[in-house]
Design a protein. Sequence first.
Length: 350
Amino acid sequence: MNKVWLIIQREYASRVKKKSFLITTLIVPLIFPLIIAGIIYFTQSERDNFEKVQILVLDETGNFDMEATSRAEFAPLNGSLESAKSAFLETDAYGLLYIPQYDLEEPEGFELFTQSSSKATIESSIENKVEQMLEEERLNSYQIDKEVVDKLNVNISLGAINISSDAEEGLRSSAAVNIAASYFTGFLIYIFMFAYGGQVMQGVIEEKSNKIVEIIISTVKPFQLMMGKILGIALVGLTQVAIWIVLVSVIWAVIAAALGIGPVNSEEMQAAQAAMDSSPEIQQMLLSLPLGKIVFAFIFYFLGGYLLYGALFAAVGSAVDTPSEAQQFMFPIMIPLIIGIIGIGASLDN
């Protein structure tokens, strides 16, 4: 056992002192907060700087009264399509909406002309507006009151309540929440097993190429060497993840303060609390998750999977001489994990 512990200490110390470990540990926590902050910043800038676009409308039917939407304002045009195109090109309008004579049963021929690449949000807004007006026209032709149709539309939310003996009485569950939790924990296991299992393989290849393994194997058993390397690298991974959690928390707090999305004020807190109070199903769905079982299963399968795949990666490293040769063995190792990730959703449906 002392020999295994010595190997663990050697693996841990040698890797933690590497520049690559220090650089990765410091850079990775910067990536995700910066990406999230960038998305929030550009989203806020686009929303603050958004201006309604102008759409010229050539309506050959005269049936459409295009009212402004949150995205666009409409201005009517007269004349032929060619003259409307010429007039459109002389303006700064975003687009030209062409409404031809159409068959109400199968309306087609609608076009949106733009002077630059169209934006999906604006195109979708105009499309929804046209569809809404066509639906109203069709209802009028069938002499059906739209209010009656609106009353016929029924939306229900089917809640699932867990009444098993080991569940708290009355808690609502959600298949979507269960699937999200399963995929999230499954992907975490997948990522960490490959990240740190690959380090085991890389370490074995390096020691083979440097002839260090020949010296080590003369004093310890192969099992002790493999176990020491796997556990030592596992400790390196735990250390790195712990540092990432601390750094990400600090960096996110700084970025949030800079973007003005820091701690909410009392009014925002009251509004958020009111929203949660008005939606108790959300709290119940989260509470319905068996957190104790999830944590236990995550630790159990993570340790078991890491030990299994760490051993497989070590075996691959012992069978090859260079990292490039090891790549051809990676796909067979990945297949069971890929099948497992795909099987998460299938197992939840049964």
